[in-house]
Design a protein around this ligand. Structure first.
Ligand code: CA
Length: 228
């Protein structure tokens, strides 16, 4: 049975979501505060997080970044504000999907199922079979294999590549990468990002010499090439 963690502070919404998800055979747990939700995640066994952006103790987008720093568990955002959608949809934050309030709990259940199918049953604590071509992501060991070979990746390269693998084809600007990957984005530079991308390219080429797997989008950023 898949477990869905709901992080939301409006009890009536929680009740509707829980009912819809449990009807579909999911088990659920619920927290109204980000801090508690993180503690619950650390206990493991969570397959997906439904995360409200407007929480009493922390902004849901900030919380998502904290979740992302230690886990690949899929996240679906709930938002009441249309001006937040752009950031969420741009996946600057690393969400897998979102719903704008008011929404139908059944629609949410359908999205939950779709996202879980995409993840092929992987949870943040287990080995994730990634959608990126030829890549395999082992979050627990902080290890990425490419065409069956384990890549030797320092921390930032690992974090950049796991982001790319999770969202093949999506373009990440240098600012986004700094924001999502670096511990202290203020201390980093565009050139640091470029240097890590260069290293990653070289390491991927060593495994598959005749291809460039990371695409440069002039003036925009980088993406992982999608499977043809
Ligand atoms: Ca709220």
């Amino acid at each position: 049975m898949k477990h869905i963690l709901i992080v939301e502070d409006e009890p009536s919404i929680v009740e509707n979501i829980r009912y819809a998800l449990e009807t579909e055979g999911f088990s659920t747990s619920w927290h109204s505060q980000g801090k508690k939700a993180l503690e619950r995640l650390e206990q493991g066994g969570v397959d997906l997080v439904v995360l409200d952006i407007g929480l009493p103790d922390v902004n849901g987008m900030e919380l998502c970044k904290q979740i992302r720093s230690g886990s690949l568990v899929p996240v679906i955002f709930l938002t009441a504000r249309s001006d937040e959608i752009e950031r969420v949809v741009g996946l600057e934050i690393g969400a897998d999907d979102y719903m704008v309030k008011p929404f139908s709990p059944r629609e949410l259940s359908a999205r939950v199922k779709a996202v879980l199918r995409r993840y092929d049953g992987a949870s943040g604590s287990r080995t994730a079979q990634s959608p990126g071509p030829g890549f395999e992501l082992d979050q627990a060991r902080c290890r990425i294999s490419f065409n069956g070979k384990v890549l030797d990746l320092p921390r930032y390269e690992f974090k950049i590549l796991s982001l790319f693998i999770r969202h093949p084809g999506r373009v990440y600007s240098r600012e986004m990468l700094m924001d999502l990957v670096w511990d202290d984005p203020e201390m980093s530079t565009d050139r640091a990002v470029d240097a890590h991308i260069k290293n990653l390219r070289a390491k991927l080429r060593r495994v598959a010499p005749h291809k460039d797997h990371i695409k440069t989008h002039r003036g925009m950023g980088y993406s992982l090439k999608e499977a043809p």
